[in-house]
Design a binder for this molecule. Sequence first.
Ligand code: CUK
Ligand code: CUA
Length: 645
Amino acid sequence: MKLANFKSLLWGLPVIVILSMLMYGCPSQQQLGANADAAQKVYVAPGEYDEFYGFMSGGYSGQLSVYGIPSGRHLYTIPVFSQEATNAYGYSEESKPMLNTTHGFVPWGDSHHPELSQTDGVPDGRWIFINENNTPRVARINLSTFTTDEIIEIPNSAGNHASSFVTPNTEYVSAATRFSIPMDDENLNNEDVPISEYSEHFKGTLSFIKVGDDGKMGIDFQILVPGFDYDLSHAGKGPSDGWSFFTSYNSEQAHTLLEVNASKNDKDFIAAVNWRKAAEYAAAGEGRMVEGEHYRNYVDHDTHTAKSELIEEVRVLDPRELEGLIYFLPTPKSPHGVDVDPSGQYIVAGGKLSTVIPVHSFEKMIQAIENEEFEGEIDGIPVLNYDAILHGEVENPGLGPLHTEFDDRGNAYTTAFISSEIVKWDLETTQVLDRIQTYYSPGHLMIPGGDSQKPWGKYLVALNKITKDRYLPTGPELFHSAQLIDISGEKMKLLLDFPTEGEPHYAQAIPADLVRPNQTQFYKLEENNHPDAVKGEDETRVERDGNEVHIYMSTIRTHFAPDNIEGVKVGDKVYFHITNLEQDWDIPHGFAVKGMNNSELLIMPGETRTIVWEPKKVGVIPFYCTDFCSALHQEMQGYIRVSPE
Ligand code: CUK
Ligand code: CUA
């Protein structure tokens, strides 16, 4: 090679590299560019607010976590079904009644599906509901204080999974039994029968909880259904307003997985319930009242104290006696999710063992009912013809389709659990448009407003079941992983991973502007009607009543009053009733006694909270403020003297 040629080659190389970089981009540069773009989309500058409030169920934590979206910042955890030492929820005397059930005090729950209250089919930011799967309950959370206002138990139900989905004007919250159980004919009581007699004795109920204008919940009626397992639900909207749809599986009525009989049927069912008709039947006194003891626990806002009410009976409607209540829509293989699109026309099922996503047409369903295109009947419930009600089937939707949400442009997004992806498809044509991998195995997904009539449709959050290598490892137990995906363009783009608490099955999100202006910053002392409140230090005192000692205490920066307490004996039951006299935002005080067999207290400004202590040993015991409240926080302390019996 001539030197001149070699030189030109030397010169040529960088030129080729630069040219190819210009043409194709350097891969790492491209990745950097995409990362910078994603970072910009999720970056919320210090001191600025997120665009959306995100609410994620805590699963087996029993709580509801609040996240900022798009930043993925964890803002707060609302205690709902489980005791929470952070703020003495379920420990303080004022909050303990919230966890009363007919099984006694249940300090734990398994929360699955939060849903925001709606007005005209649009999330309105007043309340958020969430179900408890294990000990069947539904909670209502007040979004002006982010506290649980009410919990109602569901009788005649064994597990409450298909809940808490609301009708378009929050007339009702739905619930359904996850497990069928034997029920006697007269009062639906759980019976002592051989499990092998499942198909003769086992039944289920779908419940409709009426929600008053003030939020008060009450079970309006239950509908008796065949002994399948009822999994998920969504209310109709627009043209399908007045109907609710529940998936069911195990139409084989198998009672063990050890024999090959579950999931052998080609099709299970979606139960389409005409709740408006059912409500008319109930209002007319149809059906019958059965035993159905259940608690309704609620916060009395005057005193900020939870109260419990035991309700003894519930109305049951039987489809064998009342016509037009329910129709079964055949749906391929163990449908899990059921979702109604924003127009209210399409009912999408996630047949988790199915190779297609069936999309039923509400219009065709109504026609099929009118034309009586029935394939049969189960316990008084007509089964409609699959082909007669089908809008279309989404082909090649990924393996294990579970849940679908919608944007505001006619697209649907479905999670595929087994193939770990989200599949975007067109509602009209049912054609797949795009797919994106998630890490790993998404259960639910959530688009702000994505199950309502008005999806805000900018982001999608994949709620993944398996985390593995996504974050710095934390031993065998890892937080679940959520992934934020940009759905504003034709192609979905992954923006952010963030860890979540417990197991966030389902989630909701709402523009912050619909929630933020209504926030309570502190409680007004003059409106505190707690019977044990003190309105100033001059009212603080210690009173004995038999072996009960009531300490009416106040707290304000930077002391408790009284802070030297004597006259308490071993064997006494000591009630600390503490009022926080502060009238300022974000100045709670805490309270803890050494060795107290309970939690600490956290008392919000203007509020009175009570904790009980039963001293077991003689001595002088310190107590202190647990929440750093001022420069003299460390000095906020006192002593209580415990004398012999
Ligand atoms: S879910 Cu409750 S088992 Cu698909 Cu709503 Cu996770
Ligand atoms: Cu009050 Cu720290």
